[in-house]
Ligand binder design. Structure first.
Ligand SMILES: [Zn+2]
Length: 338
């Protein structure tokens, strides 16, 4: 049977083992070895009844004392491991951190939805350069050099006056018409730039989805048909469209198109400024001069074109009242569209 000397030896062995433990598992094993149900100290305490009565008290007291000491040593060693892990930035005892998944920006989502809608109606998708030549941005679209309509678009010029940051995505139309085989039916989504004062309604960067069709016998009725189909697909059934005469250099006649306010269904509300209508896009029949610039026989072929401001559509669809929110990368705003 163990005596007091043995108990001292056991204590020394246990403390040495604790001091040299290099992992939490080592400490758990030491705890089991000495303090477990079949552990060394537990066995001593269980066998006290076999000792002579005069030894029982002293051995029992000593065994109980080292039991407490070993237990405390193990706990404090475990604690040191925990602190060193936290300092190293790792605490396996903490609950895991759920990683948030990224999502598609609302503007990109709206462009994708628009492209899907038009693609379903047979439109191909074409993209072009954001730094554009003066020719494609203006001249090929019936803006001669001194044309006053150039003032309608506050342009960012690059390296003198030959290159510009494109002010619309319609230059892609001019590029496509130049090289395509007719008939052609294309949408041109992309980023555009205008030197506008930044406010809740306008920003120096924005996006457009332009579209056009050139074929024999294309009329305004075809344009109306495609725009009605798009608006019903995008905003929901039951939308009415209103065409108002307007002016763009590259279309003749030109129209601005309103949809019946989807919030108040035409009754009048703050969104539609109590008019019952929301302006959503510009459109028209492609000016014969634009077709001539691309060497297309404007006697034989006609076409329509439309241009939709993506931010405007997104703001209307989601009830967003400040265009700047799209560009500030405030995660709280963007997260709402996941
Ligand atoms: Zn309304």
């Amino acid at each position: 049977m163990p005596g007091l000397k043995d108990i001292d030896k056991i204590k020394a062995q246990a403390l040495a083992a604790i001091a040299s433990a290099s992992t939490q598992d080592d400490l758990n094993n030491i705890s089991i070895k000495y303090l477990g149900r079949k552990g060394v100290i537990t066995s001593i305490l269980k066998s006290l009844k076999d000792l002579p009565i005069e030894q029982r008290k002293s051995v029992g007291a000593a065994a109980n004392k080292i039991k407490v000491e070993i237990d405390q040593e193990i706990k404090s060693a475990l604690n040191k491991f925990k602190i060193s892990r936290v300092k190293a930035g790792i605490d396996p005892t903490l609950p895991g951190i759920a990683r948030r998944l990224g999502a598609i920006h609302p503007i990109t989502q709206v462009i994708d939805d628009m492209c899907r809608s038009f693609h379903g109606m047979g439109f191909a998708i074409e993209r072009g350069p954001e730094v554009e030549t003066d020719y494609y941005n203006f001249e090929a679209l019936n803006f001669p050099p001194d044309h006053p309509a150039r003032d309608m678009q506050d342009t960012f010029y690059v390296e003198g006056n030959d290159l510009v940051l494109r002010t619309h995505t319609t230059p892609v139309q001019a590029r496509v018409l130049e090289k395509c085989k007719l008939p052609v039916k294309v949408i041109t989504p992309g980023k555009t730039y205008r030197n506008e004062e930044i406010s809740t309604r306008s920003y120096c960067v924005f996006h457009q989805v332009d579209g056009f069709l050139v074929d024999e016998g294309v009329t305004m009725a075809d344009l109306k048909g495609v725009l009605v189909a798009f608006c019903r697909d995008f905003f929901g059934e039951g939308m009415s469209l209103r065409f108002r005469p307007s002016y763009f250099p590259f279309t003749e006649p030109s129209v601005e198109v309103d949809i019946s306010c989807f919030l108040c269904r035409g009754k009048g509300c703050q969104l539609c400024k109590y008019s019952g209508w929301l302006e959503i896009l510009g459109a028209g029949m492609i000016d014969p001069n634009v077709l001539k610039m691309a060497d297309i026989d404007s006697e034989k072929y006609t076409g329509y074109a439309f241009g939709i401001g993506v931010e405007r559509i997104a703001m209307l669809k989601y009830g967003i009242n400040d265009i700047r929110l799209f560009y500030e990368n405030d995660i709280r705003f963007i997260r709402q569209f996941i």
